[in-house]
Write a protein that binds this ligand. Structure first.
Ligand SMILES: [Zn+2]
Length: 285
């Protein structure tokens, strides 16, 4: 059984503040070990449940966070940026299951380090009218490839969010949100146990559903495709994003586009965030 792990950082054990996961910062150096520990805990659980191949895809910032020499040798690591599917690179390599480690809630929602791609520039993303976290959009992409989400780890609010877009996934809450930059955190010796148990349970449950023919297979996109609505924190960003063909400005702060598949919709979202980032100005945002 092949498992893909998408490893973000804001939802990792012990991470609560921007510096904790900002590449180059001393706290980031420290927390790389904790993130690697969360991933290793998941690898142990998946291996116990029969996983024979585990690919870990780096999904945070410049996607060079995990410590390769400390990674469980039952896994391999996809490091670096400019991957066609970004956080979800590897979903097209026929994994049997996918796990979201170190995830977080979306922009505008409560939760530790809540955001969607950009720290503050994007204030809300809606997909077909519903607020969408990175977890929701990545789960929709996984659905399109017929790959079930079996594990989600992050703070308690991320795990609650996951119940809506990955109802069969096991979850492990490694911290309890107090506000956007603070949480009650479990030490890694305890969070690792929770993650390992959830990984084992999530993959075992999938095998059980597969044995009785209860797995879903690829989900066809809705007939009208997916409609993204992306809101920004400054009024020059929506016009900039609307330079992209098919992306329309619908109010001073918001753009909207519709594409037939999540594959196309998520890639367009990446383009929208990159154009917006290029237009952000240091003083006024
Ligand atoms: Zn993220």
């Amino acid at each position: 059984m092949k498992v893909l792990i998408s490893a973000d950082m804001e939802g990792a054990t012990g991470v609560t503040c921007p510096d904790d996961c900002a590449p180059g910062h001393a706290r980031w150096e420290y927390n790389r070990r904790l993130l690697t520990g969360d991933v290793n805990a998941a690898v142990a659980g998946f291996a116990a449940a029969g996983a024979t191949e585990i690919l870990v895809n780096e999904a945070h910032a410049d996607q060079r966070n995990l410590l390769l020499d400390q990674l469980d040798d039952r896994a391999s690591l996809l490091i670096g940026t400019h991957k066609p599917l970004g956080m979800m690179e590897g979903i097209d390599r026929s994994p049997d299951a996918v796990a979201f480690i170190g995830y977080h809630t979306g922009a505008g929602q409560p939760g530790v380090l809540a955001h969607t791609y950009l720290p503050n520039t994007v204030t809300e993303v809606r997909i077909d009218g519903r607020p969408a976290s990175e977890g929701r959009m990545n789960a929709l992409l996984a659905d399109e490839y017929g790959v079930p989400v079996v594990l989600v780890t992050g703070d308690d609010l991320c795990c609650q969010d996951a119940a809506d877009w990955a109802p069969h996934a096991a979850t492990a809450a490694v911290k309890t949100c107090v506000d956007r930059y603070s949480a009650v955190c479990l030490p890694p010796s305890r969070s690792a146990g929770l993650i390992t148990a959830a990984a084992r349970d999530g993959l075992t449950a999938l095998a059980g559903r597969a044995a009785v023919g209860a797995t879903a297979g690829p989900t066809a996109p809705p007939p009208g495709g997916y409609t993204y609505q992306v809101s920004f924190d400054a009024a020059h960003l929506a016009p900039a994003a609307s330079y992209i063909p098919g992306v329309d400005q619908i109010d001073p702060l918001t753009v909207r586009y519709t594409l037939p598949t999540m594959y196309e919709a998520i890639r367009c979202f990446r383009a929208v965030t990159r154009v917006a980032t290029s237009a952000v100005e240091n003083c006024y945002g």
